[in-house]
Design a protein around this ligand. Structure first.
Ligand code: NAP
Length: 222
């Protein structure tokens, strides 16, 4: 398939690129530092998603069967990039007539308020006692700005008419790909505390043309 991968230099992005090229997809990779792309994709496009406009992204998505993104802030100066970047990606897709997009969010986001979801459920049905009452409050306090950005990114997708899938992994690791993980629509995975970046990428590539995942949030954990 023809794929456009955004943030292809990140932990998950590199895995997306490597696994997609290995199975023969025709990949356009978008990165703010394309010199860091490995392996070399068929096409590389340079774009800083905190400032680029959607017209400039249109050639990168035109003709794609699917768009994948694991965009997220590397540093505090990248704050807000997930929502802002995803907005311009979706605008470029709409202009180019591309419908399918799969993005990475995070397990706690189902319970994070956002402008379009000011009153989310207090607890995710997949989370057990320890996550609900001990881990989640600490992590949410530490990553407040990052999670607000991801929640607004999810708003952008839900407000679009695209065939989106939002993947919500828990803590990411750098373990190798296994292809063995659990998934659930609309909720987190009970006792699912970790998943590898490689397996997140594996899952994203496995649902490229799976309509059951369209307009779904998916909990994913090993
Ligand atoms: N860490 C966890 O345990 C965890 C758990 C659940 C969910 N998540 C979410 O999963 C996302 C992906 O994880 P990861 O480990 O792959 O993240 P990562 O390695 O930090 O990768 C972030 C990617 O976003 C790119 N990026 C940031 N700002 C950009 C900008 N202004 N323009 C263009 N590209 C930009 C980075 O590009 P550069 O390479 O140029 O910096 C990099 O490719 C995270 O951002 C987070 O939201 C993380």
């Amino acid at each position: 398939m023809k794929l456009t991968i955004f943030a292809a230099t990140g932990g998950i992005g590199r895995q997306l690129l490597e696994q997609a090229v290995a199975v023969g997809h025709d990949v356009t990779a978008v990165a703010r530092n394309p010199q860091n792309l490995a392996p070399a994709p068929a096409r590389a496009v340079a774009a800083d998603l905190s400032s680029v406009d959607s017209a400039a992204l249109e050639p990168a998505v035109a003709g794609a069967d699917a768009v994948l993104s694991a965009l997220g802030p590397r540093t505090k100066s990248d704050a807000g990039v997930a929502a802002r970047g995803t907005k311009v990606i979706t605008q470029a897709m709409q202009a180019a007539g591309v419908r399918r997009i799969i993005v990475v969010s995070a397990a706690p986001i189902g319970t994070v308020p956002s402008p379009a979801r000011p009153h989310p459920p207090r607890h995710d049905p997949g989370d057990g006692f320890i996550i609900r009452y001990l881990a989640d409050p600490i992590v949410k306090r530490a990553l407040r700005a990052h999670y607000a950005d991801l929640a607004r990114m999810e708003d952008v997708l839900r407000a679009s008419d695209l065939d989106w899938t939002i993947v919500r992994p828990p803590r990411l690791t750098d373990k190798p790909v296994t292809g063995r993980y659990r998934t659930a629509y609309g909720q987190n995975i009970r006792r699912g505390v970790f998943v590898s970046r490689a397996d997140v990428a594996h899952y994203m590539l496995s649902v490229l043309d799976n309509p059951a995942t369209f307009r779904q949030t998916v909990g994913l954990a090993s």
